[in-house]
Design a protein around this ligand. Structure first.
Ligand SMILES: *Cc1c(COP(=O)(O)O)cnc(C)c1O
Length: 396
């Protein structure tokens, strides 16, 4: 019998004096160290090295460092952002890492649906109370604060009505009351809103959306200004096992290389599409922060520096019948409850993200059966104009 080669000891490696131009994808979960002293040095921060994939890996670190640059980095070694397995795991690691039983949170009343659920249904089971308040109304935010409030969680642009939070006022409030200000920067992206420059203590992203941009990974990111808070979020992330996969990180890195091109294109499309929608007779109102008829237009101009984003919402005259007619007349536009994809997607909050609300609660927010939210993508504008023109005609 022939002698069999030893394969399991992994003795075969590629050899090259030239370096790969593209970041290598490194799926290894385990890392070998020379000896216990070397491990001590790593755990004590005297040497840099990986140990176990749940605690960190090269593809997550490369992605984190790239998003750090967008958020105003580079930051000191070990102080940059933390990549997590999804946007919700970023929210979870932040809240559970920074809060304890008995604490209270004030959250925006139009946060991402699952964040709302976390505040109103999950945190209370763990002894953490939450109150929701309208972040465009500083008095309402202030009135929600209690002696045991520790943290404010806000998004700059509300979903799906695209109202703009009073971020200057909220920053002041957080400083005066010594609260941790957490900003979910997903809708705005670091190109429209640099949260650290506006007083945020913690910045969160769902990298799944505009940053990765192709609807093929879920990932999140958390950046904390204070090292002790960063460590608390990191440890919670690792303990709860919210770690991202190397493949997803590698894919998101690839997406990020075109982020600024995609963002510029999608934003220009959004501005033009908002005008087209607003002028159509089937439409009751078009909502885009870049339009002068938007209720928070001045605040948007100041906070977002003219980067009004890729999201457009609108209300059809009429209700569900008109909404059905519109979706059916535009099969080329993915009717899907997400945002930030390279292609345009359409969502209908009354039947998806906001279906758990009573019709009255939806009406209070202005979300009718004829309400649509559009995540505008990077198609040539002619194509969008043609498709939306036909869809809106069908909804008359
Ligand atoms: C999508 C989203 C999240 C959650 O992100 P996932 O990656 O889907 O878990 C959180 N916040 C906002 C604003 C989002 O749009």
């Amino acid at each position: 019998m022939n002698e069999r080669p030893n394969l399991v000891r992994r003795t075969v490696f590629p050899r090259s004096d030239s370096r790969a131009v593209v970041t290598p994808l490194q799926p290894s979960v385990v890392y070998a160290s020379p000896d216990p002293d070397a491990l001590d040095a790593q755990y004590e921060g005297r040497a840099k090295g990986y140990t176990y994939g749940r605690e960190g890996h090269p593809n997550a670190d490369v992605l984190a460092a790239m998003i750090d640059l967008m958020e105003g980095g580079p930051f000191e070694e070990g102080q940059g952002g933390i990549v997590t397995g999804s946007g919700m795991s970023a929210v979870t690691a932040t809240l559970l890492g920074l809060l304890s039983a008995g604490d209270h949170v004030v959250g925006g009343n139009q946060l991402y649906g699952r964040s709302l659920r976390m505040l109103t249904q999950d945190l209370p089971r763990w002894g953490i109370a939450a109150t929701l308040a309208n972040p465009t109304d500083l008095q309402a935010m202030e009135a929600a604060i209690r002696p045991e409030t520790r943290l404010l969680l806000v998004e700059v642009v509300s979903n799906p009505t695209l109202r703009i939070a009073d971020m200057a006022g909220i920053e002041r409030l957080a400083r005066e009351r010594e609260l941790i200000l957490v900003v979910d920067n997903t809708f705005t992206t670091p190109y429209a809103f640099r949260a650290f420059d506006r007083g945020a203590d913690v910045v969160i992203h769902s990298v799944t959306k505009l940053l990765a941009g192709h609807s093929d990974v879920t990932l999140g990111y958390v950046l904390a200004r204070d090292p002790a808070r960063r460590k608390a979020v990191y440890d919670t992330n690792v303990t709860l096992g919210l770690t991202p996969s190397p493949w997803d990180c590698w894919m998101a890195e690839r997406g990020l290389y075109t982020f600024d091109l995609r963002f510029e294109r999608a934003q220009a499309n959004a501005a033009a599409l908002a005008d087209l929608i607003a002028d159509h007779p089937a439409v009751e109102a078009a909502i885009y922060p870049g339009r002068t008829d938007h209720p928070d237009h001045d605040r948007a101009r100041d906070l977002l520096g003219g980067q009004f984003g890729n999201m457009v919402s609108f209300r059809l005259k009429g209700g569900r019948d008109e909404a059905n007619a519109l979706a059916r007349a535009a099969p080329q536009i993915a009717f899907a409850p997400t945002l930030g994809d390279v292609g345009t997607t359409l969502s209908h909050p009354a039947s998806s993200s906001h279906r758990a609300l009573t019709p009255e609660a939806r009406a209070d927010l202005g979300i009718t059966e004829g309400f649509y939210r559009v995540s505008v993508g990077c198609e040539p504008f002619d194509l969008l104009a043609r498709d939306f023109g036909a869809a809106l005609d069908a909804a008359r």
